[in-house]
Write a protein that binds this ligand. Structure first.
Ligand SMILES: [Zn+2]
Ligand SMILES: [Zn+2]
Length: 258
């Protein structure tokens, strides 16, 4: 599996509008972060995790020409607002895209984009939106026999339950402040864990760096890559304090996992 980090920034993006801090002025490309999103290529299957406001630019940059499935982690602005830019993926393939979200996000997605699910919408029948609770299979829209299992991991973002996802030996958990004990069983034997680590200081809705390192140590993936960083994370400076198997991600980073 090839995993591409399409964006690794917190909700405002880095640089943040109007900010002159060291990170927002940094010339290190690893400090320029679009909103957090991810692409997974598993054989012929192309899976997108979240479609934030930078979705269009991210798909162009990564040259992703096909999408078989979309997995939404939750319905906050920085993870869903690019939904409409899925339209080009119907121009040469009209089969519906399998879309999965936490059950709590489904009514909100319908409310944010009412026209998508309306009769006679240009979208009609193209987004097949389902609640992701039990493990499910994703297949191809383009005729490939490949299929892959996805396991939802239910975590807390502040008080709100939302989904992380495991595909093979790769797990992706963004916007998390607590991983319930029972979910750890689904996170064993990982090659790669991609995990929220907002900033050095505590935050009610996100892991701080210390909390992320603690959770990652408990999970024990061979490699852990942190995402959703704020401008309080200067890549080169904050990287120095991480354990050997852990690092901060950056936009365009390509990772692999079985
Ligand atoms: Zn977010
Ligand atoms: Zn969020």
């Amino acid at each position: 599996m090839r995993i591409t980090l399409l964006g690794t920034g917190t909700s405002v993006g880095i640089p943040m509008i109007g900010c002159d801090c060291e990170t927002c002025q940094s010339t290190d490309p690893r400090d320029q972060r679009l909103r957090t999103a991810c692409h997974v290529q598993a054989g012929d299957l192309s899976i997108v995790i979240d479609t934030g406001p930078d979705f269009r630019v991210q798909m162009l940059r990564a040259r992703i020409r096909q999408v078989d499935a979309v997995l939404w982690t939750h319905h906050h602005y920085d993870h869903v607002m690019g939904l409409d830019d899925l339209r080009p993926y119907f121009f040469d393939c009209c089969a519906p895209i399998a879309c999965f979200a936490h059950r709590g996000s489904i009514p909100v997605l319908r409310q944010i984009f009412p026209y998508v699910w309306e009769e006679r919408s240009i979208y009609m029948g193209t987004l097949d939106l389902r609640a992701a609770e039990m493990p499910f299979n994703v297949g191809s829209r383009y005729g490939s026999p490949d299929s892959i299992q996805v396991t939802p991991i239910e975590v807390l973002h502040g008080q709100m339950p939302m989904n992380g996802y495991r595909i093979g030996n790769f797990a992706y958990i963004t916007d998390v402040s607590h991983i319930p004990e029972a979910e750890y069983a689904k996170l064993q034997d990982l090659d790669l864990l991609v995990l929220d680590a907002l900033r050095p200081r505590k935050h009610p809705h996100h892991f701080s760096i210390t909390e992320a390192v603690d959770a990652a140590s408990a999970i024990g993936a061979k490699q852990t890559v942190f995402i959703h960083m704020s401008h309080q994370v200067l890549h080169a400076r904050e990287s120095a304090q991480l354990p050997k198997t852990m690092q901060f991600g950056y936009d365009g980073m390509i990772l692999s996992s079985s």
